[in-house]
Design a protein. Structure first.
Lengths: 319, 592
């Protein structure tokens, strides 16, 4: 069983607890152990505009804490992941910065020596668990469901630092979506920003960029958006939910978190997945599952394995 | 007579202090939009809320919270076992001492008909409770002064709280010790309770007490023969045993008695028992009179805070009642530091030396703010920066042992300060994400004003270029020779020098792409900012709105064929502006 120090950051425990519970439930079912380190603090991301050293110091403290426990970090947030990776990179490159940061850490008996692996949930699912193992654990597959996977900027770029996937044509998330039986649609703006970083700084611009993305995904025929970052989720869900609706028509594109999507297929308790916690309702997605179940129930039991293999092939073909 | 006057005097000060404190809960306010609510409405609204709660099902919630959180300190236990042990020892021991010992005449005597402080179990329990408090204080001292938890500060009020408890306890124990050894007090007891006249009998009893009870007698000296002791024992059981247990039961006092034995006679002659009695009583009365003004006021305010926060809900409770609750919460804080220990950004203090970053210290600053004391602009700015450097992660609120809704407090104080018009550049960072989610509560006008103010301060610092100047004489921009060298916080920042102006960054930028005429909104575009840096034209680079409208999505950096870390350069420029504006407006200069 692979163990990771779960890095929740600030936003998830305060505003998106179902991302936490859904991820834990899915990870547990997939035999990945999420260990909590209570002393973790902010990744430093929100301070990057204000003070470079404060950002590095906060990030380094987290890295040092994980190193002390001898655990790799698993982040659920794109911005946390990006910041931890960035700090790690800076500390590796710049010896004097490392000395300075470690001198401060030493005050509380910590030290960062550079031996911590930082991973994102999507990487853990894709690389550590693997599409094959995930497909095996899936009980009900989606059928006819079109999902627009949104990667989130800070896992992709700067690619030399984060080393998540190909920054121009990434496939990790698409393969994970395909593993659930859903079709990961191709959409033009899929690698662009959700708009959240400017929320609170320039709301007008932030909202405009979000709208552009939503319209693009809808234009590509997506039924749902799927993300793996609390900021993206709040932007596409909470903020979208508060947008004035056009002509009373339901033009909204519901957005769900990847562990919710996967958890539904794995038959994980809906309470843990927190389906009701979404602002723009996502319950409709179960309709796509019901079809899948009917189809499967109709087919003889020995065909099940066949279907799984097919699913794996399809997922593989996507990649 | 003197004793009664002193007690009533202390009680009067305590009462007046309590009234004054409680009135401030209704008079001052740090809640946005509550400054206009009149005093009377605040009182009525709060009392109404309390009455409604008491006569609703919420009474069960209150009962539960009272038992689990107020009495058993459940919230402390969840965070830290050692601190729970400390607080339970001190609070439990002290309350029991108060009830059984200090108010013994009214409480213990009412429940137990044959109550006397010198018989068991009371005799033993008094010392047990005292020892409990001392053990708690020892843990407190260990935690505050030996353990040295990073960023946990101990101030004068914390010192006072520990000292007053120690003085009360130690003077009490010392008093008991000298009383045990005191021959004068022994003789007084014999006179009062044992109707003995016979000199032989008196000597036998004294011999028995000297041997068994630790009395240090200048007259009878051991070793005693068995006959004397046997007679003394018999006299003791007839005259004393009914009201006086063996001194050893009072184990702390007896311990002291053993230690001071060699000079007990001298102490007795100097009337040490009388002196220690005064010290003990005065310490208790000072503790009582000063209680409303000291950290010990949490004894009253913290339970109120726990109970109020258990039943009050944001959006449902009356704004007037919330304003009152927030003022009360300031008094409920015990400066225990649980919030700071768990704070998400506390470690930033190491690089941004503003103590108001720490929640436990923010509360102190907010107390000063709420007291209507005149604060200097510098102080106000430091508080504003401190309350803004918060990721709104709610951890402080979750762990606060007295249930203060700290998150809500920060939110209100933040808006209150921002409306004073002091620029806050931290607004132009993802820290504002939460503020935007709370936009409805702030109101449109109040929401935009501080943002515009921050942008304006920056614009005043730089040369803002709006649109493309046509038919205009272009002024020669000022060059700053040192500027280039200063962009050196991170190695990436200096990469601007290899930019050859291909505009790949600008073409990749989703923000630039969004605008029809991007320069009008953004000032300089990414490649132009790189160029301005290379030329050392600080004013132009600093004045670009592009810096703050940057999504930090790293598209520009990813696309650069030259390996210029465009996004990182933008970050660095923003850091420089924040630092220089900070210096200009009198904020403590950061160490670099």
């Amino acid at each position: 069983m692979k163990r990771f120090a779960l890095f929740l950051g600030c936003t998830i425990p305060a505003r998106l607890t179902h991302y936490d519970s859904a991820s834990r439930a899915v990870l547990e079912a997939l035999d990945v152990r999420a260990v909590d380190i209570k002393a973790f603090n902010c990744c430093g991301y929100p301070l990057r505009n204000i003070d470079f050293k404060a950002f590095v110091q906060l990030s380094a403290r987290n890295l040092a804490l994980a190193e002390q426990k001898g655990l790799p970090i698993m982040a659920l947030c794109q911005c946390c992941f990006g910041s931890l990776k960035k700090a790690q990179h800076l500390l590796k490159e710049d010896g004097s910065l490392r000395t300075e940061v470690n001198a401060v850490l030493a005050k509380e008996g910590l030290h960062y020596g550079g031996g911590v692996e930082v991973r994102h949930l999507l990487q853990v699912l894709h690389h550590e668990v693997g599409i094959k193992a995930i497909t095996k654990r899936i009980a009900r597959r989606f059928a006819g469901l079109k999902v627009a996977a949104h990667y989130g900027c800070h896992v992709l770029r700067p690619s030399t630092v984060v080393q998540f996937d190909d920054p121009v044509s990434p496939t990790i998330f698409d393969e994970l979506v395909a593993a659930t039986g859903a079709v990961s649609v191709a959409w033009q703006r899929r690698l662009e920003c959700c708009g959240a970083p400017l929320r609170g700084v320039n709301d007008e611009l932030s909202l405009a960029l979000t709208k552009q993305k939503l319209e693009d995904a809808q234009g590509a025929g997506a039924d749902y958006l799927c993300v793996a970052c609390p900021f993206c989720q709040i932007q596409f869900d909470t903020v979208q939910g508060s947008m004035p609706s056009k002509g009373g028509k339901d033009h909204q594109l519901p957005c769900l978190l990847y562990p919710q999507l996967l958890g539904l297929c794995m038959g994980i308790d809906k309470k843990a997945l927190g389906l009701e916690a979404n602002q723009v309702p996502i319950q409709g997605i179960e309709g796509f599952l019901a079809q899948g179940r009917k189809k499967r129930e109709a087919s003889p039991p020995e065909d099940r394995g066949e279907e799984h293999r097919e699913g794996a092939q399809r997922a593989g073909a996507k990649g | 007579m003197f004793f009664s006057i002193a007690v009533y005097f202390a009680l009067a000060i305590f009462g007046a202090g309590l009234l004054y404190k409680v009135l401030t809960w209704f008079r001052s306010s740090i809640t946005i939009g509550s400054s206009e609510i009149p005093f009377l409405k605040r009182v009525l609204s709060t009392l109404g809320g309390i009455l409604l709660t008491l006569f609703s099902v919420k009474i069960f919630t209150l009962l539960k919270v009272f038992i689990l959180d107020v009495v058993l300190n459940r919230r402390i236990l969840k965070e830290d076992f050692l601190r729970w042990l400390m607080h339970m020892s001190i609070s439990g021991g002290f309350v029991l001492l108060l009830l059984m010992h200090a108010l013994g005449r009214y409480t213990s005597a009412a429940f137990f008909a044959d109550y006397s402080s010198t018989i068991n179990p009371f005799f033993f329990l008094r010392d047990l409770f005292g020892a409990l408090v001392l053990a708690g204080v020892a843990i407190a001292i260990y935690r505050r002064f030996i353990l040295r938890i990073p960023r946990l500060f101990t101030n004068v009020r914390d010192h006072y709280a520990i000292i007053i408890v120690i003085v009360i306890l130690l003077s009490g124990i010392a008093l008991e010790g000298v009383k045990i050894t005191s021959h004068t007090i022994y003789q007084q007891m014999v006179k009062d309770y044992a109707g003995l006249d016979d000199a032989q009998e008196l000597r036998s009893l004294e011999a028995y007490w000297a041997r068994e009870f630790g009395v240090v007698s200048p007259e009878v000296k051991g070793p005693f023969d068995a006959g004397t002791i046997a007679q003394g024992r018999e006299l003791h059981s007839m005259n004393c045993a009914a009201c006086h247990a063996k001194a050893q039961w009072a184990f702390t006092g007896y311990g002291v008695a053993r230690i001071i034995r060699p000079f007990a006679s001298g102490l007795d002659k100097l009337n040490a028992p009388g002196l220690l009695w005064y010290i003990h009583i005065f310490a208790c009365l000072i503790g009582l009179a000063y209680l409303p003004f000291s950290k010990m006021f949490h004894i009253i305010a913290s339970p109120v805070s726990l109970l109020a926060n258990a039943v009050m809900e944001q959006g449902k409770s009356a704004p007037a009642a919330i304003a009152t609750r927030q003022m009360m919460e300031l008094d409920a804080c015990t400066h225990c530091g649980a919030c700071t220990v768990r704070c998400s950004v506390a470690a930033a203090l190491e690089q941004i030396p503003n103590i108001n970053i720490l929640p436990s210290e923010k509360i102190i600053a907010i107390k000063a703010l709420a007291s209507n004391r005149e604060l200097t602009t510098k102080e106000l700015k430091a508080i504003q920066e401190g309350v803004y450097l918060c990721t709104n992660c709610y951890r402080c609120t979750v762990v606060c042992p007295v249930g203060i809704n700290l998150q809500e407090l920060w939110f209100h104080v933040r808006e209150l300060l921002l409306q004073k018009g002091m620029p806050e550049l931290s607004l132009l960072s993802p820290l504002s994400f939460y503020r935007s989610l709370m936009r409805e509560e702030i109101g449109h006008k109040d929401y935009q004003k501080p943002l515009l103010k921050a942008r304006k301060v920056i614009a005043d610092r730089g040369d803002v270029q709006k649109g493309t100047p046509k038919a205009q004489v272009l002024p020669l921009p000022r060059r700053d020779g040192e500027f280039k060298g200063r962009l050196s916080l991170s190695a990436q920042a200096s990469t601007f020098s290899v930019c050859f102006g291909c505009q790949a960054c600008t073409n990749a930028c989703p923000v630039v792409a969004y605008y029809d005429n991007p320069q009008e909104h953004l000032g300089l575009l990414p490649h132009q900012i790189m160029h301005a840096c290379a030329l050392g034209i600080r004013g132009l680079a600093f004045g670009a709105n592009m810096l703050w409208d940057c999504l930090t999505c790293y598209q520009c950096q990813e696309q650069c064929p030259q390996g210029v870390c465009v996004t990182d350069v933008l970050y660095e420029l923003k850091n420089c502006i924040v630092a220089s504006v900070g210096e200009q407006t009198g904020r403590a200069v950061r160490k670099r």
